[in-house]
Each structure stands twice: as structure tokens, then as C-alpha cells.
Design a protein around this ligand. Structure first.
Ligand SMILES: Cc1ncc(COP(=O)(O)O)c(C=O)c1O
Length: 375
């Protein structure tokens, strides 16, 4: 399979360099501490059913792009939730409950975070209330109900569901487990990020002697990207070139990096990359990302379905990979960067490069997955 020589150009929308780049390990580990990171690994690695997710080499793609190695962290195998999100919400539930079996946990969610909270509550035998907006699909609501959560549909958007969650939780003394931080609510979102850093610990154990030269990180509110940067500060001796990728309709990290302060995006069109369609970077990730991300990319939806299909039919690797909509942008970013000589040279992609890509999720929405790969 020739990926690049078929005349099709892989698209990106914007590429910028962070003029405030200054990777300071100590400062990063002030935002998410070594202890938080180590505690998360100790706990999660002892959970029933835990095993590291595979690190797959995209050897066919690295040959084609003339790079040394491309690693793909396959989170489709993460517990039975098929997404890295399983590490965050469920771990935050454990931390918040502190072994207390009588508490009720609550969250507002667009889907995947809520599934993790519901799953974490079931693991510990806790009651769970999930607030979803009227725009969250019935299938997603059903998936959380099947995990034993009481799912409450709220009229209006995500913000409305969060307001209702806070109101009812305050009235009833439920513990809120949100992944997004706001002023005065930082500790629980930090737990979710600490949970995500388990991916980096596993990666370090899996790459053997190889040094990662580049890492591409998908961003919604920036929790996953911020956590992985903290994981780099905690576990790696070298500092790979970090590149965030977002949908061009919701590039809140890119816009904030451009101006050096948090910028809010008015999302006019929902991206196919649903989990990444977020209008504002969260506070804790921002503290980490503002100086530690070197480059930001944004993408249109155009190449998502094709990439999922190519991953799924083993065009990039020896084995077939089930990759959801939010997994494809890492691969697209790499291909489009290699196709564009200026970007390729600027970020230093060459025959010595070992690139890490995060395959955040598998077919978390099976109907959508089938629809896209059969296009
Ligand atoms: C399923 C899913 N949800 C959400 C996100 C975004 O994470 P965050 O909001 O922590 O940046 C991603 C990937 O970036 C994802 O794959």
C-alpha cells in the first residue's frame, strides 16, 4: 500500500510554534506532582483486570515516511472501556471515596468520562449519578446506565448539565467527580490526569532502549495532553518534541498557545472527533501546556474515516488496529507533517526519529465506527 504517492494530500488547517516554549520539569511537576503520578500507578496497576495496553509499531508507515520508528499506544484495549478515559474518572472516584462505601458520586459528561466514573463507581460498589445534556445520544446514556449509574437527562447543553449536577449534588451531599478544572475545583481533575499518566509509565517500560524523539498528543480540554507531558517530566530522561493536535473547529489549545492566555472558542460546527470538540482548555492542563508544548496543529475532519480504515486493515502495521475517531488525528498529524517539507524540517522529522502516537480509543461508539470505516 503506498500511502503518500497516490496524489492525495493529507490535510492540516493550522500549524504554529509556541513562542513561550520552555520545558521546565520542576515547574511541570509542581502542577501534577511526582507523588500524584506514582500513587496513581500504584493503585491502578493493582486493579483487577489491569494489564498494560499494547504498544504497536506502525512499521509499514515508518518505512513509507522514512522515519526510524512509529509507536502507537493502543488504548482500545484499556480494561473493558476501550479508551484511556478508563484511567481517569475511575481513579478519581477511588481517590474521592477514600474507601467509604456510603458516598454517592456524580458527574456531568458528554459520554466517555461519565462511563469511566460509572465503571469506577461499580468497581467500588458506590451509587452513581450521571448528568447528560439532551444532545448526548441515547446509546451513550444507555452505556452508562448499563454500568449501574442513574442517568439524568437535562434540557440544554453540557454547561446546563454541569449546573444541574452541581445543584443536585450540593443539595444531596453527593461527591462531584469532574475531569475539567475551574477556580476552586482543581484536586479531582488532577486525579483524573494522574490516572492518565499510567500510559506514560507503561510506554517507558515498553520502548526498551529506544528514545522517543516526538510525541503527538490529542487535546480536548487538554487533560490527556497535560498528563502525558507530566509523565514525560516524571519518567523520561530526554524531552521529546511535543505536538498537540485538535479539530480545527475547536482548537482551544492552539489559540491559547498563540496568544499566551486562555482563549475561549465559540464552536460553530461539531467535529467528528467528538471527545476533542471542546471550547476551552482546562486550568490544570493549561498550567502545564502553556510552556511545555512546542508545536500545535489543527485538522479538518476530512481524513479521519480513511485513517481509521487504514489502521483497521493493517496498512500501517503488521496487525489490524481498531481506532476510533479520536485516535486517527495522531496518525494524520504525522503524515501531513511529513508531506509538508517546511514542517517536516522545522520539527526535525527524519530517518532517526522515533515518534509516539496515542491511540486514545477503540470503537467506543460501534455504530459510528462501522459507519466511518465502511464509507
Ligand atoms: C475519547 C476521547 N475523549 C476526550 C479526549 C480529549 O481529552 P482531554 O479532554 O483530556 O483533552 C480524547 C483525546 O484527546 C479522546 O480520545
Amino acid at each position: 500500500m503506498t500511502i503518500l504517492s497516490n496524489g492525495h494530500l493529507w490535510k492540516y488547517s493550522e500549524f504554529i510554534e509556541n513562542k513561550n516554549f520552555l520545558f521546565d520539569k520542576n515547574k511541570i511537576l509542581n502542577s501534577l506532582s511526582k507523588k500524584d503520578i506514582d500513587d496513581a500507578y500504584l493503585s491502578i496497576s493493582s486493579w483487577k483486570g489491569y494489564s498494560p495496553t499494547p504498544l504497536i509499531e506502525l512499521n509499514k508507515l515508518s518505512k513509507e515516511l522514512r522515519l526510524n520508528k512509529i509507536f502507537y499506544k493502543d488504548e482500545s484495549k484499556r480494561f473493558d472501556l476501550k479508551s484511556f478515559k478508563a484511567l481517569g474518572g475511575a481513579y478519581a472516584v477511588e481517590k474521592v471515596s477514600k474507601g467509604n462505601k456510603d458516598i454517592v458520586v456524580a458527574t456531568a459528561t458528554a459520554g466517555n468520562h461519565g462511563r469511566s466514573v460509572a465503571w469506577g463507581a461499580r468497581r467500588l460498589g458506590l451509587k452513581c449519578k450521571i448528568f447528560i445534556s439532551e444532545f448526548v445520544s441515547d446509546a451513550r446514556g444507555q452505556a452508562m446506565a448499563e454500568l449501574g449509574a442513574d442517568v439524568v437527562k437535562v434540557k440544554g447543553n453540557y454547561e446546563k448539565s454541569l449546573i444541574e449536577c452541581i445543584k443536585q449534588s450540593t443539595d444531596s451531599n453527593w461527591q462531584i467527580v469532574q475531569d475539567v478544572a475551574w477556580k476552586d475545583y482543581m484536586i479531582v481533575p488532577k486525579y483524573t490526569m494522574a490516572g492518565y499518566t499510567v500510559m506514560m509509565k507503561e510506554i517507558v517500560d515498553q520502548i526498551n532502549q529506544n528514545k522517543i524523539s516526538h510525541i503527538i498528543l490529542q487535546a480536548g480540554v487538554g487533560g490527556m495532553a497535560g498528563a502525558m507531558v507530566a509523565g514525560i517530566a516524571r519518567y523520561l530522561d530526554n524531552v521529546p518534541i511535543t505536538i498537540t493536535v485538535e479539530p480545527d473547529s475547536a482548537a482551544c489549545v492552539l489559540e491559547s498557545i498563540r496568544t499566551g492566555k486562555i482563549e475561549k472558542i465559540d464552536i460553530k460546527r461539531e467535529s467528528l472527533m467528538g471527545g476533542m470538540s471542546c471550547g476551552e482548555v482546562s486550568l490544570v492542563p493549561w498550567e502545564i501546556l502553556r510552556n511545555s508544548v512546542k508545536y500545535c496543529l489543527s485538522l479538518p475532519d476530512d481524513d479521519i474515516a480513511k485513517t481509521m480504515k487504514l489502521l483497521g486493515n493493517a496498512s500501517f502495521s503488521e496487525e489490524k488496529i481498531i481506532a476510533g475517531e479520536n485516535s486517527a488525528p495522531g496518525v494524520i498529524s504525522l503524515i501531513t507533517s511529513c508531506e509538508n517539507e517546511k514542517i517536516k524540517e522545522k520539527i526535525g522529522l527524519n530517518k532517526n526519529s522515533n515518534v509516539m502516537i496515542i491511540g486514545c480509543e477503540g470503537d467506543t461508539d460501534q455504530a459510528m465506527y462501522q459507519k466511518l470505516v465502511n464509507q
